[in-house]
Design a protein around this ligand. Structure first.
Ligand code: HPA
Length: 248
């Protein structure tokens, strides 16, 4: 049976509209996930929710146990994942509070446990990752945004940086030259692990600031604070409207 999992990012550590049926603490061979899995219904549809940074937003991007998070969701029957992410906007059309549904990703992270294939003795498979996000879920997010009247950019290249510091202006310029249109700190290895685990996966990003060097001199952090609440509200509208049509 298909089951949707939502991984909530910054600003989405809980879902007040979730009618919760069960809270489950899970252990995986990779350790504990970021927090309990919350099973319930969102707009009448069964979903499982996990807060990526923990309930109190205490786990920084480089300390998230991405393997445990994906494994825990898979172990409880999740087949499709929507990864919610607050990001910085690099491209001109990636303006504050707009929802972006990326179709590509570039990994600038390092030192993270990025694969389930660990044991030397284990047979491993290479995974196809030409298109890192599931197109069907992407299209449903885009339709959901349209139906909800939320401004949405229907493509984009997510540049995944290490954090937790923000980028320098030169780093963003380099990323722009590479083709990145948005920047965030949690996109990888999450997307690759989902693919290794055989789960359908897409990202619903919301721009909460213009990236470093793109703010006309204003501090990036002030931008984030000003936009996070309204940005996440936009994501919630997209999810609610997408759920009506169904994501799985
Ligand atoms: N850079 C990296 N990650 C982010 C940003 C940013 O500007 N905004 C939100 N997450």
């Amino acid at each position: 049976m298909a089951l949707l999992g939502i991984i909530g990012g910054t600003g989405l550590t809980s879902m007040p509209e979730l009618v919760m049926a069960r809270r489950e603490m899970i252990k995986t061979p990779w350790g504990a996930p970021s927090g309990p899995l919350l099973h319930g219904e969102l707009n009448g549809e069964p979903i499982t929710f996990l807060a990526r940074h923990g309930r109190g937003h205490t786990i920084p991007p480089h300390r998230v146990n991405y393997r445990a998070n994906i494994q825990a969701l898979v172990d409880t029957g999740v087949t499709h994942i929507i990864a919610v992410a607050a990001v910085g906007g690099i491209a001109d059309d990636c303006v504050d509070r707009i929802v972006v549904v990326p179709d590509q990703i570039i990994d600038y992270t390092y030192g993270r446990s990025h694969t389930f294939y660990e044991a030397k003795s284990e047979k491993f498979d290479h995974i196809e990752f030409t298109t890192p996000y599931t197109e069907d879920i992407r299209q449903k997010l885009i339709s959901g945004a349209k139906a909800a009247g939320v401004d949405c950019v229907d493509h984009g290249v997510y540049g995944a940086t290490q954090g937790p510091r923000l980028e320098t202006a030169a780093e963003i310029k380099r990323m722009e030259n590479d083709g990145c249109t948005i920047v965030g700190m949690t996109g990888m290895p999450e997307a690759a692990l989902a693919r290794e685990a055989g789960v359908q996966y897409a990202c619903c990003a919301v721009v909460v600031n213009r990236a470093a060097g793109k703010t006309d001199g204003a501090p990036v952090l002030a931008d984030i604070e000003a936009n996070i609440k309204a940005g996440v509200a936009n994501v919630q509208k997209v999810l609610a409207s997408g759920l009506k049509a169904g994501f799985c």
